[in-house]
Write a protein that binds this ligand. Sequence first.
Ligand SMILES: [Zn+2]
Length: 178
Amino acid sequence: MPSGKTHDLITYVLAVPTGAVLFLLTRNPGLTALGTGAMLFGGLMFGPDLDVKSKQYTRWGVLRWIWWPYQKFCSHRSRLSHGILFSTFFRVFYFLAIVTLFLATVLYIQNVVVLGMPSTGEQVIGVFQESLRRMLTLIHSLDRRMVLMLLIGLWWGATTHTISDFVVTTFKNASRSL
Ligand SMILES: [Zn+2]
């Protein structure tokens, strides 16, 4: 498969035609910028290689722990991380779940440590429900076209990675059998 550097280069190069196509389709500079930015983010930081200690993973810096459970869950180049149809949506779902868990932890600390509420099982369930409610409210408040553009961009950034993995591996195997 291509190196991290090659993957980055492919992402940068393809961002140009991606932006052009998005502009032709939407005629909207804001949506075009959002979709192209999401494509770059999808290729550079939110891509399939988060399943190993890759460039995509190290770019998360101090937040890279977010992907530790993900790496335990997905073996490298498995369908869950590299599949074209669902892997991006699985990552989005995973990421939102982690953010919700993080929010619940913050709420728990706020309630129990700062406000001195009892640390019961009910408290735990309560903060989970509250953080889930806040996340859903946030998602519902977003503009549908923006969400769609964001998902398309993320998906396309990750898909170009999977396609280039596939092309290079096929080419290597073919040249080996010559
Ligand atoms: Zn890969």
